[in-house]
Structure formats: structure tokens, C-alpha cells
Design a binder for this molecule. Structure first.
Ligand SMILES: Cc1cc2nc3c(=O)[nH]c(=O)nc-3n(C[C@H](O)[C@H](O)[C@H](O)COP(=O)(O)OP(=O)(O)OC[C@H]3O[C@@H](n4cnc5c(N)ncnc54)[C@H](O)[C@@H]3O)c2cc1C
Length: 760
């Protein structure tokens, strides 16, 4: 999490988690700049390291060996990680446009998004070939190809288009792996035939002739048919045509040719080269806009023609970080001078590699071991983090950051407020600008709402209806205010849906850390946009609220719902019947996962998976449960599964049996509790273990601690008549609750014993 004790004065937004930006993040982790907030916006939480990809394809490495966990790295760097796709830049207003969420302001932006395949230039290639770029989606395409090859019966031909280092290395890696796979399946590995096509007169045209000869020999020995001077000009289903008119049949066609810049860059008004990459000067700064930097494949240096290789992207990290710091301080930037010769270690698939540097070349198994050592050492820098001293406090904020007079005053008052100087409401103009952009859902029963401000909102209760009231409030546990807003709203609505009610209206209460007006306004806008989207989707009108300054970002809602005044259809905790089955609609584990996240002990994909589940509404789930005769229901929150279950069994006068192996769990939850990482609320929840009849028998079970794990925006726990359980579960799965499961049964009460029985 960002250090909330420091007011944010400047925003650097890093677009794309490429090889340069991971280095920039590490640089800022080691030397944080007070007052500067770093935000990484990336489509994925894990980014591949190109140097090890061929080894991954060949089967020498696993997924986590070759992927950098951007979410963890961001925690280490004190940076915000936003999983999103950037689709454009509104440069006049200094905002990034993001798919499906509010624009994001920046003071400086840096782009490191790699390259995009240019399959459109050859007819049929986009439809019938597997593009290797963009590299960050490579894994899905490779796994799909791997599965298809295994399912293919008989002989099979694979054509690789592109004879550069990527194409040659990939051909040899695929050949090694796929032949091994066939061998393991008891099939003839020689049934696989490989063709390699290059438009150039030779393979590896940017390397010396000794390297070219070595690889020509290896390819020949492995039976790869190399077609040099053979530009592919057309692709159709299972065949391709070369420039001389020949057609060659191929079951799979893999595209590893030159790539270009992402299409959206053309709309930014930035100067691009003819392949669509951002033209940058020696300071890695766009030649059009000094606030925009670019590095890696997407940067086209004005005075240096660089190969599109990960090695350059890595090398650019340090000068990029330095120039971002200098640019914020309004100091002259420093040039980056790429090396003339660079060492390429190109593997042949079988733990053997060839070194290429200018006119030099050498090869051997030892070269592969050397490459493996270099690559693993590089990855270690992004996986194992040193203990860091706390960063300087706010009172010394931002040495070297040139601020306007107004910004200085706002920064000083933010620090004063933290010192207990003047607890205050957020400034009226900031608030009204942030709230003015919100469009709550229109409802006839809202008589005075958000945009007709008065001392309070006025809402009518429709005839024959009764009101359901609930309130929830908690501080942000993630650095993405938009997603936090969505989860806070979803969490608050959970009680309404668990009662079988419809959501009608909500008032919000929020605290935001003080800072520059524009930063506070953006924080509020992001958070409330997320919240209002969720409230609107539930048909719930935001009618008002209160925002104050506080040491941490926090948000809560008082939500009002409606039920039939006769109480028909109201789901209570007390209706469980012996013989019912227990259904849980969503997986559990948020408490341990976010405790681990704060300690950099959770994988990024676990956290992203948990956030996706936390954003899933309980509205449809409640409807499915009611349609299948649910007898009781509650939503899982702070007391954890056992706490909420006991809240149901007690008033229902029943007992319950829970099957630990049937519990749906979030990915990573078991790993985190196994390491002893639990939420700070766990200890008080564990006191309820006395409600377990056979606790001693299961206390060592890997899933046992998760009975007490507090949930945020958890799923619904309901009892359903046994004969309707299968249909109910099918309905929940169809409604998108993929992990919904029967987790136990309701038993007749044994008043003499603890109410909950565990089984495996
Ligand atoms: C199979 C293969 C093997 C290779 N082997 C080598 C090698 O051994 N050595 C070598 O030097 N080079 C190698 N390369 C080339 C190398 O992969 C690229 O040059 C390198 O990945 C470029 O790095 P980058 O930092 O520019 O971007 P990338 O590594 O491509 O990273 C781009 C990042 O931006 C994110 N992103 C993209 N678009 C958006 C968006 N709109 N919004 C938000 N985020 C976005 C992605 O999720 C990703 O995290 C290989 C390439 C391939 C395909």
C-alpha cells in the first residue's frame, strides 16, 4: 500500500509492466521520492521475462520461474497496481484513458507496452496463424497449441514464420518440447515436421556468420526444413504460400515476424515511426510531448536503430528512472547511450546455447548454464525483496519538487491536518466537482436525492412495502480506489440481498487523506465512480453522503432496501430445517489473502482472483436461492464461515455438519494460512471454536483455519431443501457463481453438544 502519511504531490503513471518498468519500480522501491506516487497500469498481474521464454517453452522452467509478479513488486515499491488496459491519452488534460473505468490523471507518464503483431499485413495470417506477440499473451496461445498438438493424431506439420532470433529459438524450443511430449505419450516423435520461413537471405540476419552457421547446422540435424528468401505472402487454413507462389501445408502456423506499435498510439498525437512505435529522443522522452516517456519495444530512438529485444528494454530501466526523477525536479535530463554490441545468448532447446556478440560466437552446454544463471539472478531481483527502512515522513515532504505557491499551501495544510491541526470536511468545491460527475440511478421513489441537495434526502416507501436498513464501513485494503469503491458498495449491499430484499437507496460516508485538491478530487472520483456503478447495477440510488478528511481512505454505506410488508419472501437467519443442505455461493479466503498481500506473500493472480470474486454481486445469487426454496440465508463477512453459520444455527434451533473438503476456496488461501498468515480479525473469530463438536480431530487440517477467515464482500450461505439442492446449484453456476458448492447439511439439534460437526 502507498504510504498514506504523505500527501501525494505528483503522479508518475507507468503504462505496461514491461522489462523497463519493472526496473523503474525496483529503483523507486530502493529510493522512494517523498510526495511522488507511482502507479503501474497493466493488463496483467504477471509479466513474462523474455530471456527465459524459450526455456519455458522447452519445459525447463515453470510459469512462476519466468513471470514477474507485478502486484507483489508494486507492494514492494509502494506503488499502486491497477489492472487495466490503457486505450488512449487525453494529453491536453493529462489523463490516461482506461477501458471500462474512469480516466487517470498524470504529471508524467511512461509507456512500456511492448509490441503488437502485424499479422494484418499478410492476408489470412490473423485468422489462421498463432501470433507469438504480444509476448504477454503468449502463454495462453502456447498452452492452446500444446494441447492441440497432443490431441492431433498422426503426422503433424508446424510452420514457423520468422527467421530472427525469436523464430529460430522458438522453433528449437517447441521441437524439443513437443517431441518429448509425443515420446511420453508413447507416440513417434518423428511424426512432427517443422518448417522455418524467413524473408531474408539467411536466418538470424542481425547476427554474425558463425552464429548463422551454427544454427543452420542444428536446424538441419534436427530435421527442420529452412526456407530462406521465402517471404510468406498468404495464409489459408492449414497452408501458406511463399513469394515464389509455392503452397506448403501446415497443421499449425506460428507467426514470429516483426511487430509494430499498438493501434491506439496513433490516436494520441504523439510522433510515431513508420511501424507505429513512439519516437523518443536520447532521454527516452517523446519528441512531441516532454511529459510522455517510452521504453522497450514501443520506443523508437531517434538516433539509434535498436533491435526489438528484451535486453534493451531491461537496459533502459535505469536511465528511464533517473530521467523521471529529474523531470519531476525540473532538472536537465541525461542521455541514454545504448551499447553498440550486445551479448545475445540464444538457446537450442536442449540446454545448450550459442553466444553472439558483434563478430564473436561461442557455444556449449556451459553457455546455457551461464545463461540460466544470469536469467535466474535477474528474476531473483524481482522475487526476493530486501527489508526496507521506512521512507521519510511527510513533514519533510518533497525536497526538490518544484511546487506552485497554492500547491505548497495545500501540502503544508495536509501535513498540519495529520499532526492533528484541523480535522476538516473535504473542501466543498472539491467534493461538488467529484460528486457532480456521478449519475445515480433514477428512481420515482427518491423525492430529494444527490443532485437536489438539501439537509437530507427524502425517499418514499412504496405502499405495501417495509424498509430494510443496514450499514457497513471499512478502510481501503487495496491501492485501487475504483475497485475499492466497487467492493465497498458490494459489501454493503450484501446484507440487503441476504434478506431477500431489493436495494432502494444508499447514503455514503467516506474519509480521504488530505492533499492537493486535484489529487483528492481524483481519489474521490475514482472511488465513487466504482461505487455508483455497483449501486446503479443493483437499482439502488445514491441519495447523499458525507466526506471527511481522515488518515486513511475509507468508505461505507447506509443502504435501505424494500421487502413486502407482510414479510413474504424475507430470508432470515433463523429458518434452517433439519435435512436441508448448506450452500455457499462464493469461495472464501479474502482475509488471509489480503493479510498476505500486505506482507508481499501473496501471488498477484491470487489477489486479482479474489478481487474479481469480491466484485461479484450477491443479487442474482439471492434470487436463485429464493427461487429454490431457501429456508435461511446470510452473507459472509467479518465473522467468517463458522461465525455466520452459528448465527444461523442458534436462532434456527438446529445443528450443522460442514465438509472441509467441499468448501470452495480462493486460489492461494490454503497456501497463505499454511504459512501462518491470517487476518488481524482471525484471533477473535477463533474464539468460536467451542462451537465445533469435534475440533481436536480437525485442528491440523489444512483448511481448518479458513473456517475463521473474515470475508469482505463474501458470498451467501443458505440452507436449501435437499431435494432442490441440485437444481439450485445448477442455477447458481448458470448465474455465474462458478464455485458455488454444497458444503454440508443441517442436522437436528443435539442441545447437549456443540452445534457444528466437521468432516473431511
Ligand atoms: C518467444 C519469444 C522469445 C523472445 N526471446 C527473447 C530473448 O531471449 N531475449 C530478448 O532480448 N528478447 C527476446 N524476445 C523479444 C522480447 O520479448 C521483447 O523485445 C520484449 O518483451 C519487449 O519488452 P518490453 O518491455 O518492451 O515489453 P513487454 O515485455 O512486451 O511488456 C509489455 C507489458 O505491457 C502490458 N501492456 C500492453 N499493452 C497494454 C495496455 N494497453 N495497457 C496496459 N498494459 C499493457 C503487458 O501486459 C506487458 O506487461 C522474445 C520474444 C518472443 C516472442
Amino acid at each position: 500500500m502507498n504510504d498514506a502519511s504523505q500527501p501525494v504531490l505528483r503522479d508518475i503513471v507507468l503504462v505496461g509492466g514491461g522489462h523497463s518498468h519493472v526496473g523503474v519500480l525496483r529503483d523507486f522501491a530502493m529510493r522512494p521520492l517523498p510526495g511522488v506516487r507511482i502507479t503501474l497500469v497493466c493488463t496483467d498481474a504477471h509479466t513474462p521475462y523474455s530471456g527465459m521464454l524459450p526455456g519455458y517453452v522447452a519445459g525447463h522452467y515453470g510459469y512462476d520461474d519466468v513471470h514477474i509478479d507485478l502486484s507483489r513488486l508494486s507492494v514492494f515499491a509502494g506503488a499502486r497496481f491497477i489492472r487495466a488496459e490503457v486505450t488512449g491519452i487525453d494529453r491536453p488534460n493529462r489523463r490516461l484513458l482506461l477501458r471500462g473505468r474512469p480516466p487517470m490523471p498524470y504529471d508524467l507518464v511512461s509507456i512500456n507496452i511492448g509490441s503488437t503483431p502485424q499479422v494484418d499485413q499478410v492476408p489470412g495470417a490473423s485468422a489462421h496463424a498463432v501470433a507469438v506477440k504480444p509476448i504477454f499473451q503468449f502463454n495462453q496461445r502456447w498452452l492452446a497449441l500444446l494441447a492441440r498438438v497432443q490431441q492431433h493424431a498422426g503426422a503433424m506439420t508446424i510452420a514457423v514464420v520468422g527467421g530472427g532470433a525469436g523464430g529460430v529459438e522458438l522453433t528449437l524450443a517447441m521441437l524439443y518440447r513437443l517431441r518429448k511430449v509425443l515420446q511420453d505419450l508413447g507416440r513417434d516423435p518423428q511424426q512432427l515436421v517443422f518448417h522455418l520461413f524467413t524473408a531474408d537471405a539467411t536466418i538470424l540476419p542481425t547476427h554474425n556468420t558463425r552464429v548463422q552457421r551454427r544454427f543452420a547446422t542444428v536446424l538441419r540435424q534436427r530435421g527442420v526444413q529452412v526456407h530462406e528468401g521465402a517471404a510468406v505472402q498468404q495464409v489459408q487454413a492449414q497452408r501458406l504460400q511463399t513469394a515464389d507462389g509455392r503452397w506448403i501445408a501446415a497443421d499449425e502456423i506460428v507467426w514470429v515476424t516483426q511487430a509494430g506499435g499498438a493501434a491506439w498510439l496513433a490516436e494520441t498525437g504523439l510522433a510515431l515511426d513508420k511501424r507505429g512505435f513512439i519516437r523518443v529522443n536520447d532521454r527516452l522522452q517523446s519528441i512531441t510531448d516532454p511529459r510522455v516517456f517510452a521504453a522497450g519495444d514501443v520506443a523508437s530512438m531517434e538516433h539509434h536503430a535498436l533491435e526489438k529485444a528484451g535486453v534493451f528494454a531491461v537496459r533502459m530501466a535505469r536511465p528511464l528512472a533517473r530521467n523521471l526523477r529529474l523531470a519531476l525536479a525540473d532538472k536537465p535530463l541525461e542521455p541514454y547511450r545504448p551499447q553498440r554490441y550486445w551479448l545475445a545468448l540464444i538457446s537450442t532447446g536442449d540446454r545448450y546455447a550459442v553466444a553472439s556478440r558483434g563478430p564473436l560466437s561461442f557455444a556449449g552446454a556451459w553457455v546455457w548454464r551461464w545463461k540460466d544463471w544470469i536469467d535466474r539472478r535477474f528474476m531473483q531481483r524481482f522475487a526476493e525483496f530486501p527489508e526496507m527502512a521506512p521512507s521519510p515522513r511527510a513533514a519533510s515532504a518533497a525536497p526538490g519538487l518544484p511546487l506552485t505557491e497554492q500547491e505548497s499551501l495545500q501540502a503544508i495544510s495536509a501535513i498540519a491536518m495529520r499532526c492533528g491541526g484541523c480535522g476538516a470536511k473535504v473542501g466543498a468545491s472539491v467534493l461538488s466537482r467529484a460528486l457532480g460527475a456521478l449519475a445515480p440511478v433514477q428512481r420515482d421513489d427518491v423525492l430529494i436525492g444527490l443532485h437536489a441537495p438539501d439537509d437530507a434526502a427524502v425517499v418514499r416507501v412504496p405502499p405495501g412495502m417495509a424498509m430494510v436498513h443496514t450499514v457497513d464501513f471499512f478502510r481501503s485494503f487495496i491501492d485501487d480506489p475504483y475497485v475499492f469503491g466497487q467492493i465497498a458498495a458490494n459489501h454493503a449491499l450484501g446484507d440487503i440481498f441476504a434478506m431477500g430484499a431489493q436495494a432502494q437507496s444508499a447514503t455514503a460516508i467516506a474519509t480521504v487523506p488530505p492533499g492537493l485538491d486535484e489529487k483528492v478530487e481524483d481519489l474521490l472520483t475514482q472511488m465513487m465512480t466504482g461505487a455508483i456503478e455497483v449501486l446503479n447495477a443493483a437499482g439502488c440510488a445514491l441519495v447523499g453522503g458525507h466526506t471527511g478528511e481522515g488518515s486513511e481512505l475509507a468508505l461505507g454505506f447506509a443502504v435501505n432496501g424494500l421487502v413486502d410488508a407482510s414479510m413474504t419472501g424475507v430470508l432470515r437467519k433463523s429458518g434452517m430445517q433439519a435435512g436441508d443442505v448448506l450452500i455457499l455461493t462464493k469461495p472464501i479466503g479474502t482475509g488471509t489473502l489480503f493479510a498476505a498481500h500486505a506482507r508481499m506473500a501473496a501471488r498477484g493472480r491470487w489477489i486479482q482472483g479474489a478481487l474479481d470474486v469480491m466484485r461479484q454481486s450477491n443479487q442474482a445469487g439471492a434470487q436463485v436461492l429464493m427461487a429454490h426454496g431457501a429456508t435461511a440465508c446470510t452473507d459472509l463477512t467479518g465473522f467468517g464461515l463458522l461465525g455466520h453459520l452459528v448465527e444461523m444455527t442458534r436462532p434456527s434451533g438446529v445443528d450443522a455438519q460442514i465438509s472441509l473438503s467441499a468448501l470452495p476456496l480462493l486460489d492461494g488461501a490454503v497456501e497463505c494460512v499454511a504459512r501462518g498468515i491470517v487476518s488481524s480479525l482471525q484471533a477473535s473469530n477463533v474464539r468460536l471454536r467451542r462451537a465445533l463438536r469435534n475440533q481436536e480431530a480437525y485442528v491440523a487440517h489444512a483448511r481448518y483455519p479458513l473456517l475463521f477467515d473474515p470475508q469482505t464482500a463474501g458470498g451467501l450461505l443458505a440452507s436449501v431443501p435437499a431435494d432442490r439442492a441440485a437444481d439450485c446449484l445448477a442455477g447458481l453456476h448458470a448465474a455465474g457463481y462458478e464455485d458455488a458448492a454444497v458444503i454440508g447439511v443441517v442436522l437436528a439439534q443435539d442441545a447437549a453438544q456443540a452445534p457444528v460437526v466437521l468432516q473431511d
